[in-house]
Ligand binder design. Sequence first.
Ligand SMILES: [Zn+2]
Length: 275
Amino acid sequence: MMATAIGVELRRDQALLAVVDAQLGVIDQRRVLQPPTMQAILQGVAVLQQRARQPALALGLTATTAGDPAQDCSLFKVFEPGSCLAMAELHHGAWQGAGDLAMLAVGSDVWGAVVHNGQLRRPDPHAAHLPLDPLGPRCVCKNRGCLKSYVDATALRQLAQLGQMPLRAAPGVLRPAAEHRDWAGRGDRHDTRAAWLNQGLADHLAHGLHLLARAHGVQGTALAWPGMQPHGHLAQSVAVRLQALLPGAPPLRVSAWPDVALAHGAALQALADAA
Ligand SMILES: [Zn+2]
C-alpha cells in the first residue's frame, strides 16, 4: 500500500507541486508558471490527483517568499522551508543515514533546522539572525552582523561587486536563488579572486553552523546552497573551518538544493503529520 502526499512550494513568480511517495520519493510534479494564486494551485493539485493512481493522503505547503495574506492556505499544512529541505535530503537525498545535524539552508533567505538520530526535530527560527559580529553590517532585524546579512542574495551581489566579478544571475521564473546558483561554482575554476572571496563566505557559514550546532548540542553539520557541489571550493573551505571549530565532528554534509526539494519535503512532513 503506497502512501502519497502532495507538496507545494510557493515562490514569488511560480509554484512547484510534487506528488511524493513515502518510500519512492517524488513520483510526479507540476509547475504553476505565474505568480501563484490559490485557485491556480488547487487546479494543479486536481490535475496531479487525477493522474495519480490513488488519492493523496495529505497536502503540505511551504513558501520561500512572504505570501499574500489574502490567500487562504487552510487546505494545506504549512511548513517552514529549512525543515522541508532537511526532510527531503534525509529521506531520499544527500543526507540519508545522517545522525545528528545542525543544518543551514542558504538561498534568498537563511533557514535552519535540527536533526537528532536522522529524524527532523524542529526548524530553528533564529538561524537567519545568528549573531556573528556585533560590529557587522546592519541587518533587516535592526541588529548588526547577523548571518543573513553576510550570505543572502543582497550580500552576494555586494560581494561580487567588491570583487569586480558581477553575477550572471537573472532571477526569474525557473531560476530562484539565482545569485547563489551562480556563486556555487566560483572558485572551482582556479579564479583567485573568487577563491579569496569564498574564504570570507566560508568563515561566516562555518561560524553560523558552529553556533547552531552548539546551541542544539549536536556535532554534525549540513549546508544546503543552490548548486553547491560537495567537492567544490566553497563547500571544502567551509568543511576545513568546521574541522577546526568542531574537532572530531562528522564531516560537513552538503546539499545542492534540488529544485523540487521544498515541495518534496512539504509533502513528507504532511505525510508524517497525517500518520
Ligand atoms: Zn538580523
